[in-house]
Each structure stands twice: as structure tokens, then as C-alpha cells.
Design a protein around this ligand. Structure first.
Ligand SMILES: Cc1cc2nc3c(=O)[nH]c(=O)nc-3n(C[C@H](O)[C@H](O)[C@H](O)COP(=O)(O)OP(=O)(O)OC[C@H]3O[C@@H](n4cnc5c(N)ncnc54)[C@H](O)[C@@H]3O)c2cc1C
Length: 487
């Protein structure tokens, strides 16, 4: 059966070889360790959703290969409707977890992008990459695999190309090609949801030229593959995540460094091996879809911020309606990124291979808004909540519960007769987590830096055409070309 339960998922993670480190120690069980169990809990909620009548339509679909019911995050997105469900899924996951579940997201996009790119490569080079990929997708669908996606390399010196780096391992590279597979080494950094994932889809982090062809690699690996060391990086400003109390929610997000030391990947899991010409296509298709859909992530978290703002207002003794103008602004920010993402999808088209590709100009424009508007939404949420939500101006759970003075802390945290001190504390902590804490997703650089997105927007501005419209409307009869550049 292709639909898995939360229990199946947790069991699959428990069966893996421990290779995730955090706070200086090897985590023996990611599902129970306080440093990783919250991100696992977040991802597990995608499995719960598949069985919940309220969410099942979003969380599941039917395999285009087998006709069987599958988890949506393993599907090929072949129509506008399919890709719109990607956005609906992300917004839903934020409603259920408050934060990012990268293992249900980046690998999903990667498999769709590679479906199109392997088709193009096979056509040009006579390779059989798409057949290999299909075999793996069927396996992923059958097993309901949670798959992180890794493009970002450690990079090294940002002004140098991969092949010019003093340390070639700064970017993941092919060290050796054997008859039965390839050996890779190097590092992918800041990868979302790895501790909660069964597998990791590896894609090139950049568009490469011939001299960089060793870095042109796409493949998929089990998270616990021999030779891979994972260092989880996400942590709040203190060690609250190790506690079990209202100082931090039950859900969470994680990022990781993936350190590959001569890792062997069998051929049937390799989907690009030095075809550098197609690395640009991967980046192009990946960012078009990802930056369209990411608008739904921040909208989903923004929805939770609106809800949390309403709760803290009430816990403070006020009506949420007191702040309706601010709440409206928050909602407009949410719908702007969500709607522009949907627009990018609607303006996109189906690739001849079958998977949908969103419109790049609208998607990259959305990325710039995703790197701006959520910060405004967070500001408004903090504005509504008061100092208690903003800077950790609120005692810890341990102080709140102290047998000596806890009753006094609670007496003064309570704001009015209607709600308990704990209710106000919980609402405040959630807002702190959503706005400046460990729940903040990668609005700025997640999915790529806004400056990179702006380059695409710039390349798509038909400046001369627009100048011509304006010249004619203004009745200017002279030609007005750009001045010659001064030498
Ligand atoms: C929360 C979060 C989750 C993430 N999840 C994932 C994930 O799941 N998978 C994944 O693959 N990646 C992930 N990333 C990584 C993300 O894609 C990168 O952070 C992003 O692409 C930017 O790369 P960088 O951090 O190395 O920034 P840098 O490359 O160091 O960029 C820093 C700044 O310098 C600018 N810059 C860089 N190079 C140049 C240059 N040559 N000339 C001029 N300006 C330059 C950039 O535009 C930016 O403004 C995540 C990041 C975050 C923050």
C-alpha cells in the first residue's frame, strides 16, 4: 500500500543508521532526541493529514504511473491544478506545524524538475536517466518517502567558480566514475528537514561551464548512506529546544550540513553525471517552481501569526478587532505572496516531458516579496502582542513554575480575569518563536537570495520596449537611446 501512516514513517526513521550530530553528539534516534524530534513531529503531521478527511484531498493524490493513492509530496505535478496543490499543501503544513517541513517539499520539487531535465538530456545524449528516475520515483511513491533536497553547496569564496576554489570540496563533486556508479565528495549546507528525511535529492548548486563539469551531478541518496556525516544546525538563541514545556512548540524546523566523504552512488540513483550544459536548466526549472510555491509557505505562517496576534490581544484583555487595520495588512501580505505564486504557476506551462514549469519572471518577483513582506508581517504581529512577545521579555517556563516564586510570576503575567497566566504565556511564546525564534523559516535566503532573483527580473525587463511606449504617449519625436558609456 502506497499510503503510509505516522507510525510507518517513524519506524522507517528509527531503522536508519545514526549519522546525524547536534550539540556535539551523535543522535541515536532522531525521532526521540530533543534536538530533532520536533522536526520529525512536523513531518509526521503530513502523514496524519493523509488520513484526515479535512486535509486528505490536499495531502494525497493518485500516482500518474500506477493509479494508486500516494502522498502528494511524492507526485509528479503535471497540470496547473497539480502544482497549485503544491501551494495548498505548503500552506496547510504551515497551519499544522507553524513552520517549514523541507522533507516534504524540496525533494518533491527536485524530482519534478529532474523529470523534465532527464528527458532533455536523454534526447541529446541517448542516456537513460529518465528511466532510472522513474524507477526511483515509483520506489519513493510506494514507500511514502520523505525526501530533503540539497542544492546549496558550502561554496567557499563566492567570487570564484567551483573549479577555481582553493578547496575543491567546497562544492559537491564527482571524484570518480566507476562502471557501476560514481563516487562523490564535498558539502551541501543549510539543507532543510534532513533529520526527518528518508532520502536526500542532490542537485547542482549552480549553472556550470565545461571547466566545472565535475560539479555537474544529480542523484538521490538514503539519508544514512555510508560516508555521509550530517551536522544539524538549527537552534534558537538558547537551549530551550532540549526542554519539554511551553517555551517551545512540539513542532520544529531543522537545517543541516551534509558532509560527503567519498560516497559511492550506484548508477540507478544517478540522474546527471557531468552534463554541465543542463545544470542551468536545473536551476532555471527548480527556482521557477520553488519560488512560486514558497509564497504559500510564508502565507501559511502569516496566517498562524494572525491567529496568534488575535490570541495575545485577547489574553492582554483587548479585542482582536482593536488591531483590525494591522491584521488586514498582515492578511494582504499573506495573500500577495500566495497569489503571486499562483499567478506564476498559471502563467507557466507543461514541459514536453510532462511536469509543470512556472513562469520564471513572476516566480522570481515572488521570491523578492517573500524576502520582504513576511518581516513586515512579523513586525505587525509583535506590534500587536506587546513587549512580552518581542525580545524574550518574559520569564522561562522554569521560572514560571518555580515552587518559590512561580506563583508571583504567574500573578503578574496574568492580564485580566478572563484568561489564565499560562494561556498568555503560551500565546506570547508562540509569537516569539514565529517572529524571532526557531520557527522562522528561510524567508530571506531560503530558495535562494533575493539579489539572485532580482537578476532574473532585471533580465526580463524590456526597457527599450517600455521606453518606446512612453516616448510615443508623451509625443516625443526624438529618438532617445541610452547615452554612450563613458570610457
Ligand atoms: C532557512 C533556510 C533553509 C534552507 N533550506 C535549503 C534547502 O532545503 N536546500 C538547499 O539546497 N538550500 C537551502 N537553503 C540555502 C539557501 O538556498 C541559500 O542560503 C541561498 O541560496 C543563499 O546562499 P548562501 O546562504 O550561501 O548565501 P551567499 O552566497 O553567501 O550570499 C550572501 C549574499 O551575497 C550575495 N552574493 C553571493 N555571491 C555573490 C557574487 N558572486 N557577487 C555578488 N553578490 C553575491 C547574495 O546575493 C547574498 O546577498 C536554506 C537557507 C535557509 C536560510
Amino acid at each position: 500500500m502506497a499510503l503510509k501512516t505516522r507510525e510507518d514513517y517513524i519506524k522507517s526513521l528509527k531503522a536508519m543508521r545514526p549519522n546525524v550530530y547536534k550539540f556535539g553528539k551523535l543522535i541515536s534516534d532522531v525521532t526521540t532526541d530533543p534536538a530533532t524530534r520536533r522536526t520529525v513531529e512536523s513531518h509526521a503531521r503530513a502523514f496524519d493529514a493523509a488520513y484526515d478527511p479535512k486535509y486528505a484531498e490536499i495531502a494525497t493524490t493518485v500516482s500518474s504511473f500506477t493509479g494508486e493513492k500516494i502522498h502528494r509530496f511524492t507526485s509528479l505535478m503535471e497540470s496547473l491544478e497539480d502544482i497549485m496543490y503544491n501551494s495548498k499543501f505548503k500552506r496547510m503544513m504551515y497551519h499544522l506545524t507553524g513552520t517549514c517541513t523541507g522533507g516534504t517539499c524540496v525533494g518533491w520539487n527536485a524530482l519534478n524538475v529532474m523529470w523534465n531535465v532527464t528527458y532533455e538530456m536523454d534526447k541529446e545524449y541517448g542516456t537513460n536517466y529518465q528511466e532510472r528516475l522513474k524507477k526511483w520515483i515509483l520506489y519513493a511513491q510506494e514507500n511514502g518517502l520523505v525526501v530533503a533536497g540539497a542544492l546549496t553547496d558550502a561554496k567557499g569564496d563566492r567570487s570564484l567558480r567551483a573549479s577555481q576554489q582553493p578547496d575543491l570540496d567546497s562544492n559537491l563533486r564527482i571524484k570518480e566514475i566507476r562502471d557501476d556508479g560514481i563516487v562523490i565528495r564535498g558539502c551541501k549546507a543549510m539543507i532543510c528537514g534532513v533529520a526527518a528525511s528518508n532520502e536526500i535529492f542532490l542537485l547542482p548548486g549552480s549553472a556550470y561551464r565545461e571547466e566545472d563539469k565535475d560539479f555537474a551531478v544529480a542523484c538521490v541518496v538514503p539519508r544514512d548512506i555510508e560516508g555521509l556525516t550530517i551536522v544539524e544546525t538549527r537552534r534558537p538563541s538558547d537551549e530551550r529546544e532540549l526542554e519539554n514545556n511551553f517555551d517551545i512548540p512540539e513542532t520544529g524546523i531543522s537545517q543541516a550540513y551534509l558532509i560527503f566523504e567519498d560516497v559511492f552512488i550506484p548508477n540507478d540513483r544517478v540522474f546527471m553525471c557531468k552534463e554541465f550544459k543542463y545544470t542551468g536548466k536545473i536551476i532555471q526549472y527548480f527556482t521557477a517552481n520553488y519560488r512560486a510555491c514558497i509564497g504559500a509557505c510564508v502565507a501559511g505562517q502569516g496566517d498562524v501569526m494572525i491567529g496568534a496576534a488575535a490570541l495575545i490581544a485577547r489574553a492582554n484583555g483587548l479585542a482582536a478587532g482593536t488591531f483590525m487595520n494591522k491584521i488586514i495588512e498582515m492578511a494582504i501580505n499573506n495573500e500577495t505572496t500566495y497569489g503571486l505564486g499562483i499567478g506564476a504557476m498559471a502563467a507557466g506551462k507543461k514541459h514536453p516531458a510532462g511536469a509543470w514549469v512556472s513562469d520564471p519572471l513572476l516566480a522570481h518577483t515572488n521570491k523578492v516579496l517573500v524576502a520582504t513582506l513576511p518581516y513586515e508581517t512579523k513586525r505587525l504581529c509583535q506590534d500587536i502582542g506587546g513587549g512580552i512577545v518581542e525580545t524574550g521579555c518574559f520569564p522561562s517556563y522554569k521560572d514560571f513554575m518555580s515552587p518559590e516564586y512561580g506563583h508571583l510570576v504567574q500573578k503578574y503575567v496574568k492580564a485580566g480575569a478572563r484568561y489564565s497566566a499560562e494561556t498568555r504565556a503560551r500565546a506570547a511564546r508562540l509569537i516569539e518563536w514565529l517572529t524571532i525564534g526557531a520557527g522562522v523559516p528561510g524567508c530571506m535566503h531560503g530558495g535562494g537570495s533575493p539579489d539572485g532573483a532580482k537578476l532574473v527580473v532585471r533580465a526580463n525587463i524590456p526597457l527599450e520596449e517600455f521606453a518606446e511606449y512612453a516616448r510615443k504617449l508623451a509625443g516625443i519625436t526624438e529618438e532617445m537611446p541610452e547615452p554612450e558609456k563613458k570610457k
